[in-house]
Every structure is written in C-alpha cells, then in structure tokens.
Ligand binder design. Structure first.
Ligand SMILES: Cc1cc2nc3c(=O)[nH]c(=O)nc-3n(C[C@H](O)[C@H](O)[C@H](O)COP(=O)(O)O)c2cc1C
Length: 358
C-alpha cells in the first residue's frame, strides 16, 4: 500500500492519500468573499485525494488576518460554490477548514462592528499585518460572557450548514495554532472560572461542544479536527498539554469523526502522532515536513491513513502527478504568499505546461 492508493475516511472517499494541507493565502476580497483566482487555485490542486481549504471564518468576529474568507453570508456561500464545483469537476474533494482566530486578530482586518473576543481578556504578544497600517499589535480581546459562548458555537453550526450548501464534502475544526478553540484549551489563555475554564474537562468543553455542533448538521462522518498539542504558535502556552489532549481526544474519539489531522512537532513535550494514533487509530492524517519517501513509509507501515502536504502544493499544483513521476519539485516564492493577486498563487504551472513551454 502506498500514497497513491484510495482510502475512505468517514464519508469522505479519497482517490489517493495525498491531502493538501490548509493554507491561508489572503486572496479573498475585503468582504471575506472568495475571488475568481481562488476558483482557479483550488481546481488546479484537485489531484489531491482531499483538499483542506484555507482557514475560513465562521463569523465576522472570527476573522483576523487581512483578505481571509468567511462562510457566514450568502455571497460567501455563492462564491465558495464556484470553488467546490470546479474542484469536483476536476475530480477532487474539498473540506472547509473552520477557523475562528479569537484574540489573534486586529479590528483593522474585520468588518466594522465585529469584535475581537477570546476566553479571557489577555492579548497575544506580537503583531499582525494589516493592509491599512502594516504591522500592528494584536487587539486586546474582550472575554466572552458565559451566555455568549453558545452563540459562538452556533456560528460554527451555521458555517457547517453553509459549507454543505456551498458543496463542500466536509468540514474541519481548526483546533490549534493559538486560535479560539486552542485558546480555550490552554491554561495561559483561559483563566475563566465558569464551566469553560479551570479543569481540563472545562477547558475542553468549547472544542467538544463545537465539534458536536458541527456533527449535528449532517453527522460526524463529514467532520474532521486538526490538532497540534503543545504548539506555541501565537503566544499559546498550556501547563499540561499531554493531559489536555488526552482528555480532548478521548472524548472526541467517541464522536466517530471522519478523521484527526495531526501536525507533528518534534522536540516538544508531547509525541503528537503517538497520541493521535492512540485515539484515532486508522483515521489519522499526519502533517509537517513529509516528503514522498517518508509519506510512503508511514502509509505502508500503517502509521497513518493519509499524509497532508502544505508548502509543496504552493508551487506544484499537480503535486500528485509529480510524485508519481518522481519529478523534481518547484520552489515557491515566499514574497507572494499573502501578497494578493494571481502572481505566486494561481500562476504556478503544472508539469505538462512546463514541458510544453507554456
Ligand atoms: C502559507 C501558509 C499558510 C497556512 N495557513 C494555515 C491555515 O489556514 N490553517 C492551518 O491549519 N494551517 C495553516 N498552515 C500550516 C500548514 O497547513 C502545514 O501544517 C505546514 O505548512 C506544515 O506542512 P508542510 O511541511 O507540508 O508545509 C499554513 C502554512 C503555510 C505555509
């Protein structure tokens, strides 16, 4: 068995085990609506067994970076429908990654009136880019009142329904990298004294209720979750990540989700892959700095069901075809990652275009 074999994860049938990892590319318009170039970009990458979209905000408050997309209004649903249709026409599958950034935000990157909220009113150290003012400090968030949390969770439920209305094959909860669910999980960002803070059970409540809300729309078999225990990104700190994630995964494994997407992080306190495997056995998608040989090794060794690739997909839209041919991979231009415009985004050629001199 190798990376080119098919696999079924919940209700998602993948033609191969190469997953495109979620990547924010800041190509939506200023109203968080996907643009035409995003239709091209995703269709070009439909050779992946599954595409996980860039992080998509479930609400206006969930936006934080400039020109990132949402799934909370009709215009966004209509635009995403064009993306999913193009991916399906090219033979691919695509799930929507729901990403609420919580405190990792600037109001400059949100529509007027959308607040920056988090479990506690603790600002992340650091800065975030805005088109208007360049680098600015992160907002100091307003702590969510207990009664508001159910509304935030219902935003994820509505965004899941919107994702299905837009033709996505599934949804993935972004539960790492210092964004809202991770802010609830971690002791450094969650200092609440209600049912959503304090004990490990309470800190995991938000993520688990959100997953249940997403699963309530059309079953858990279309829902995945992405984690990276002990990830310090965006000023995140948890005193006991092993304990936190053991409880989270033990509870989440009872929901019968389609898959668990795990970013490995060597040299930290937790062996992320081993932990994921303990609770999600044959439904594991693994990520971070894999190459073809290592990916084939973990698939044939039964360590993972699929491997996701992020950066290799940026300049190699036909990554799976290149893997099949053992072709050299192209390097991407870091300068255009978030630049806006088709350059360095949807203009990387496929191999056959290169050989035809296009
Ligand atoms: C430009 C860029 C944007 C990213 N945006 C997201 C994102 O929106 N959501 C997410 O979960 N991970 C995001 N990531 C992390 C990737 O999904 C992936 O975990 C990382 O690139 C490591 O995998 P790789 O070695 O195959 O690139 C991003 C990475 C890059 C390079």
């Amino acid at each position: 068995m190798d990376i080119f074999s098919s696999v079924t994860l919940g209700r998602l049938q993948l033609a191969n085990r190469v997953v495109m990892a979620p990547m924010t590319r800041s190509r939506a318009d200023i109203d968080a609506v996907p643009t035409d170039m995003m239709v091209d970009y995703y269709a070009q990458r439909a050779g992946a067994g599954l595409i996980v979209s860039e992080g998509i905000a479930p609400s206006a408050a969930g936006l934080g970076y400039c020109r990132t997309p949402g799934l909370f209004n009709d215009a966004q649903v209509a635009a995403w429908s064009r993306v999913t249709k193009a991916v399906h026409a090219a033979g691919g599958k695509i799930v929507a990654q729901l990403m609420h950034v919580g405190r990792v935000s600037s109001h400059l990157n949100k529509p007027e009136g959308a607040e920056t909220v988090a479990p506690s009113a603790i600002a992340a150290r650091g800065e975030i880019y805005s088109d208007q003012s360049g680098m600015v400090p992160f907002d100091t968030p307003r702590a969510l009142r207990t009664g508001e949390i159910a509304w935030v969770i219902s935003d994820y439920r509505r965004a899941t329904a919107n994702a299905y209305a837009a033709g996505f094959d599934g949804v993935e909860l972004h539960c790492t990298s210092g964004y809202l669910p991770a802010q609830f999980l971690s002791t450094g960002t969650n200092q609440r004294d209600d049912d959503y803070g304090g004990s490990v059970q309470n800190r995991c409540r938000f993520a688990l209720e959100t997953l249940a809300a997403m699963a309530s729309v059309d079953g858990a078999a279309r829902v995945g979750m992405r984690i990276c225990p002990d990830n310090p990104f965006n000023d995140l700190k948890d005193d006991k990540p092993q304990e936190t994630f053991e409880y989270l995964l033990q509870q989440a494994s009872q929901l019968d989700l389609a898959y668990l997407h795990v970013i490995r992080m060597p040299n930290r306190k937790v062996d992320n892959i081993a932990l994921g495997k303990r609770f999600f056995g044959d439904r594991l998608v693994v990520n971070d700095s894999y190459d073809l040989d290592e990916a084939n090794a973990v698939i044939s060794g039964g360590e993972a069901a699929a491997v996701s690739f992020g950066r290799p997909f940026i300049a190699n839209p036909d990554l799976v075809a290149r893997f099949r041919q053992k072709a050299a991979l192209a390097d991407f231009d870091p300068g255009t990652l978030y630049a806006g415009g088709a350059q360095g985004y949807s203009d990387y050629p496929a191999l056959d275009e290169v050989s035809r001199g296009l």
